[in-house]
Design a protein around this ligand. Structure first.
Ligand code: F6R
Length: 236
């Protein structure tokens, strides 16, 4: 594990973007595993900047996102599909048909999970997976549990996750209670994993995840077993 500490969100975002840029430059047809939330916004902004200045080309890239709320269509401005389109995909030249986000609006979420895992497998797996981390240690929406779940699956969001994500909605009641998330299998199979976290509030869970015991009660702790993990943390 490479654990990198920086002193600003700006530096964190630049470093993360540079790692992703290096991946795309060295392998233009990379499979990029992407995340939503506040943490990667600066990284996406930097990558858009690199694209606009002609330094990066996403025309051969493919992406797979980690998760989606159950019940929100891609047109809903709180959905993760909408987030990705507006914060990243619309500003770069990745072909939109090669961007995938799990579909949280299907009746059979189990079948959707199987379809999503097969899609990732058919792509040959993920080259680099970008992750944020929840205050409870979740990655994707793999919440603390008795076991690590391998497949893409439906989850009940934890109260702390609902509370944390309420900032994006008009009220806490509007936050969906369920989501569909990539499981630990696809994440751990990614060739590289890049986890970013910022803020003093994440210090404790970063400590527990990367310097404590490996347990499904702290889902991100499984990443300690990944052969190519980079964590970038900024307290500010
Ligand atoms: C988002 C995701 C989540 C977030 C985590 C941190 O696709 O999978 O695990 O990365 O909730 O969210 P932020 O970055 O908003 O603190």
């Amino acid at each position: 594990m490479r654990f990198i500490t920086v002193d600003s969100y700006e530096k964190l975002s630049t470093k993360a973007a540079n790692i992703i840029a290096a991946q795309v430059i060295s392998k233009p047809n990379s499979i990029l595993g992407l995340a939503t939330g506040s943490s990667p916004l600066g990284t996406y902004a930097k990558l858009v900047e690199y694209y606009k200045s002609g330094e990066l080309d996403f025309s051969e890239a493919t992406s797979v996102n980690l998760d989606e709320y159950v019940g929100l269509t891609g047109e809903n401005d709180q959905s993760y599909r909408y987030f990705m389109n507006t914060n990243f995909f619309q500003h770069i030249n990745i072909p939109i048909e090669r961007t995938a986000v799990p579909n949280g609006c299907v009746a059979d979420l189990k079948a959707e999970g199987e379809r999503y895992d097969k899609h990732i497998q058919d792509l040959g797996g993920i080259d680099i997976q970008l992750l944020g981390i929840g205050f409870d240690g979740h990655i994707g929406f793999n919440e603390p549990d008795e076991v690590f779940i391998k497949e893409t699956h439906e989850v009940d969001l934890d109260a702390s996750t609902i509370e944390a994500n309420a900032r994006f909605f008009a009220s806490e009641e509007e936050v969906p209670r369920k989501a569909i998330t990539m499981g630990m299998g696809a994440i751990m199979n990614a060739k590289k994993v890049l986890l970013i976290a910022n803020g003093k509030g994440k210090k404790d869970i970063i400590e527990k995840s990367f310097f404590g015991p490996i347990t499904p009660k702290v889902p991100a702790s499984i990443l300690q077993l990944h052969p190519d993990l980079t964590v970038i943390y900024s307290e500010n």
